[in-house]
Ligand binder design. Structure first.
Ligand code: FAD
Length: 323
């Protein structure tokens, strides 16, 4: 069978559906053999289960000259105790980063710390973390989730950012609403991360991977740069990265490239060697199932590597691939 773009797109959609199947996730988590095998594939993108794993990999990358982001993975948490546990874990991460002196950013989903239960719970937990992070001189970054949550996420972020300028927000260029959302953030300089968007969305609300999406991404960067926002250009797409370098935006204060741990370390090394600011986004935790599915959905050839990794008990450290 010839693998056409259409088959690739169907595969990606299927992987995103698998990512959302709570029953499959539960089966994986409750079946030790499957869990361990799939975890080997996840190790390419997730540093490990514990905070210490994230910190160690982060320290090594920081020593090599990269800025880092760290995420304790999790989302759509519907149990209040689990939300409090996630908030506690993130505060411990903030403390640990301050203690070991790694200048880092802590990223998270609001639905991990309360949004799936109540907006006020997410707001409360966000502001508790923001106060602590401000003292520790750590930056917080709110991730963007499915479009059904965009209004709530932007509203909670906007409220919290009035008092806490150390919080940044992620915007998804694939959503049709994003130029307006960026505009609505006003003229105060903020910390903004622009991504393409990882979730499957209704076609009336978003556009798929295409040159039109890349053009829109560039327009959003331009819009953000004009407003003087500090900007993380979070993509592995070389055509966007090249355009940003060509237009000189990467030399603006606070503008950087940000790439996911384990993806295109060659490109990260090349950008860093050329003197550009590069941040690596690392993750840790047990909730890697959805994260792994998304990384395969975004780039279907990753399924080959995932199967090779599943059958290889070796522990290759992805940090070595960064120069
Ligand atoms: P694509 O068009 O998907 O890929 C362009 C090229 O990059 C591909 O052809 C391939 O060469 C390479 N590539 C892309 N993905 C992979 C991969 N998995 N493995 C190997 N090569 C790959 N999404 C959200 O919805 N919400 C968020 O809050 C969010 N936060 C993010 C934070 C960071 C720092 C980054 C980098 C991404 C984040 N994402 C988030 C994911 C993002 O939306 C995209 O799904 C992801 O970055 C892949 O898109 P791309 O821009 O690289 O472009």
């Amino acid at each position: 069978m010839i693998i056409t773009k259409n088959v690739e797109r169907q595969f990606s959609d299927a992987m995103r559906t698998i990512a959302r199947r709570g029953d499959l996730k539960a089966y994986v988590e409750q079946t030790p053999t499957i869990y361990q095998i799939l975890q080997r594939a996840a190790a390419k993108y997730v540093t490990g289960e514990d905070r210490q794993d994230g910190l160690e990999a982060g320290r090594k990358l920081a020593d090599k000259g990269y800025a880092i982001s760290l995420e304790y993975i999790g989302e759509n948490t519907t149990d209040i105790q689990d939300c409090e546990h996630a908030t506690l874990e993130l505060t411990l991460l903030i403390h640990a980063l301050a203690e070991c002196g790694i200048p880092a950013r802590v990223s998270f989903d609001l639905s991990h710390i309360g949004l799936s239960i109540d907006d006020e719970l997410a707001y409360k937990n966000l502001t508790v973390m923001a106060a602590l992070a401000r003292q520790a001189d750590v930056e917080l970054f709110v991730s963007m989730e499915e479009s059904t949550k965009t209004d709530a996420i932007l509203s909670i972020y906007s409220r919290a950012s009035v008092a806490y300028a150390n919080i940044g927000i992620t915007l998804q260029s694939h959503l049709n609403r994003t130029a307006q959302d960026l505009n609505d953030l006003g003229r105060i300089p903020r910390r903004i991360r622009i991504v393409k968007g990882a979730y499957q969305e209704p076609e009336q609300q978003a556009i798929p991977r295409s040159s039109a999406l890349n053009e829109r991404y560039i327009q959003l960067i331009e819009q953000a740069v004009r407003k003087g926002h500090r900007l993380s250009i979070a993509t592995h797409d070389e055509s966007i990265i090249n355009e940003v370098m060509k237009r000189g935006w990467i030399h603006n204060p606070g503008v950087e490239f940000e790439l996911l741990y384990g993806i295109r370390p060659d490109l990260c090394s090349q950008l860093k060697k050329a003197g550009y600011p590069v941040r690596i986004y690392l993750t840790y935790g047990r909730e890697w199932y959805l994260y792994l599915c998304h990384r395969i959905a975004e780039y279907p050839p990753n399924v080959f590597q995932a199967i090779i990794d599943m059958m290889d008990a070796g522990t290759a450290d992805p940090v070595h691939n960064y120069e």
